[in-house]
Design a protein around this ligand. Structure first.
Ligand SMILES: Nc1nc2c(c(=O)[nH]1)N[C@H]1C(S)=C(S)[C@@H](COP(=O)(O)O)O[C@H]1N2
Ligand SMILES: [Mo]
Length: 252
């Protein structure tokens, strides 16, 4: 789809929505083009759908801003305290040697990756900002492997549309579409500011999605499932954040 076609599609969706009877029609149009987010229903649905569609159509390959070393926040920020669940404390006592990232779903080669496995892959670093929906922000250097690299290793099937992430905190989970999943700045990170990720920042493994608000960058991840539909996950809204009333897609 070229840029004019994309703009036209958005204009059509906007016109149809503004036309009153058109919300359902606009949703159908976006759905048909793979542009309806999982939380696109309800009273906030049309706004969410159009903002998601606009990002995907007009800013598909955009990069999040990267900063220089002297802009790194000092002291480093952490949102919340290290978690205290016995299961987590046990992993911590074992130096995270038994932590695994399970990868399954629509893949040719399901995997169970240790931190050592993940550290053996080509690493990349970025100095990016975490912007929290609560109003603060913090800049850190993140080191890890591109999520795209892992998805290539496990050979995702062509029907793949979303990657669902679980964390050791059962109440925190989320999903990325393939555009964010394959984006070069989306990392499975194990390092922060030159050392292993501190406990409060999501040790030993977290997602970094610098094109979305902080809540998309899930900490303590241990499982990812490749799927073509989010319907069977939780309430079908795509994340614990959207179940709590935030937008599933938090593009910035
Ligand atoms: N598992 C898990 N991931 C999480 C959170 C959380 O509470 N649990 N908080 C999110 C929110 S709201 C933000 S803003 C960032 C904060 O990351 P930081 O603690 O490294 O600053 O992590 C996100 N990822
Ligand atoms: Mo946040």
């Amino acid at each position: 789809m070229n840029i004019t076609t994309r703009r036209n599609l958005i204009n059509t969706a906007l016109t149809v929505t503004a036309g009153g009877a058109g919300i359902a029609l606009a949703a159908k149009l976006l759905d048909h083009n793979g542009l309806l987010p999982p939380d696109g229903g309800g009273i906030y649905g049309p706004g969410r759908s159009l903002s998601y569609a606009a990002h995907r159509l007009l800013a598909r390959n955009s990069l999040a801003r990267e900063f220089s070393r002297d802009q790194i926040s000092n002291p480093a920020h952490a949102n919340g305290k290290p978690i205290k669940a016995p299961e987590y404390l046990r992993h911590q006592a074992e130096g995270f040697g038994n932590w695994r990232l399970q990868v399954d779903g629509l893949v040719a080669r399901p995997a169970s990756l240790s931190i050592a496995d993940i550290k053996s892959y080509p690493s990349t670093s970025q100095i990016t900002q975490i912007a929290c929906e609560e109003g603060w922000s913090s800049i850190s250097e993140w080191t890890g492997v591109r999520l795209a690299h892992i998805l290539k290793l496990v050979e995702i099937r062509p029907q793949a549309k979303f990657i669902v992430f679980s964390t050791i905190q059962r109440s925190r989970w989320g999903a990325l579409d393939m555009n964010d999943a394959l984006h070069p700045q989306t990392l499975i990170a194990y390092g922060m500011n030159g050392t292993d990720i501190p406990l409060a920042n999501g040790a030993p493994l977290r997602l970094r999605v610098p094109r979305q608000l902080g809540y998309a960058s899930l900490k303590y991840i241990n499982h990812m499932t490749v799927t073509d539909s989010l319907e069977s996950f939780g309430k079908g809204l795509g994340s614990s954040a959207s179940e709590a009333g935030y937008s599933w897609y938090a593009g910035i």
